[in-house]
Design a protein around this ligand. Sequence first.
Ligand SMILES: *[C@@H]1O[C@H](CO)[C@@H](O)[C@H](O)[C@H]1NC(C)=O
Ligand SMILES: *[C@@H]1O[C@H](CO)[C@@H](O)[C@H](O)[C@H]1NC(C)=O
Length: 274
Amino acid sequence: MAFFTTFTILLLLVVLSNLAESRFDKYYVPLWGQNHLSVNPQGTQVQLMMDKSSGAGFRSKLEYGSGLFHIRMKIPDKKTGGIVTTFYLTSAPDYQEPGNHFELDYEFLGTNGTVQTNVYDNDGGHREESFKLWFDPSKDFHTYEILWNSHQVVFTVDKIPVRVFKNNTARGIAYPSKPMHIEASIWNADWAGKVDWTQAPFTAYFQDFDFYACSTQGDDVSRCDSGGYFWNGRNYWELNSQQKQLMQNYRRLYMIYDYCSSPSTRKEECSLNV
Ligand SMILES: *[C@@H]1O[C@H](CO)[C@@H](O)[C@H](O)[C@H]1NC(C)=O
Ligand SMILES: *[C@@H]1O[C@H](CO)[C@@H](O)[C@H](O)[C@H]1NC(C)=O
């Protein structure tokens, strides 16, 4: 009996400490639209609501220099254009109109299941690649991940790599080299279609707030290259052949827009990220 009691208490402690590990307020703070953001009592799920008056967003407390970032997300289930649900890393300071900066984005354009990724490479961006998904992102939670180390940036959806952006500084192409923080938000944008406000409010859900990353103080990210962090290890320098195959198949079947495929939007790095 005593054994079981001790065992149960230990188990409970383990479960509680795991929960505490992934609590929203350990890693994140509300950024804007506070009255449209709510956290469940356990701190394990956040809900961002968009109506005609406002959307909402949150950000990580810290700035980072490398990491394997992820979140679980479920986008609004009411079908509309124009509502953008996001999870991204950015070097742009809060409340400042971003100019030239680094940014790595997941953006759902409307709620019909099109997800766009974008990279700002110390510039104004316009490296959009859009994809359909093999699931309905409004029905269940799925994991959206961004690996960032000194070798490559990899966007991964439920462990399937969908996009790679490599460090090609040796060939004169910029690569994220400033501290970035995480943001997630829901907002509306004309370029993402027309919002059907009769269906408002639109609600997105987020879970799994812990991630692996090296935090920075000041502007130096070089400390975060340390091989002591697993995401900087050799297996993370390049996709393995199985991952490359997965990515190729996925892109062939599901990519619906690629800035690299038109001469007017193509950039230098396009031939180097394969
Ligand atoms: C990019 O790679 C070069 C080596 O080719 C390395 O010296 C540099 O630190 C890397 N840049 C970043 C920002 O990680
Ligand atoms: C989804 O919405 C986006 C933005 O409005 C649009 O570009 C795309 O064609 C839509 N896709 C489908 C399958 O309706």
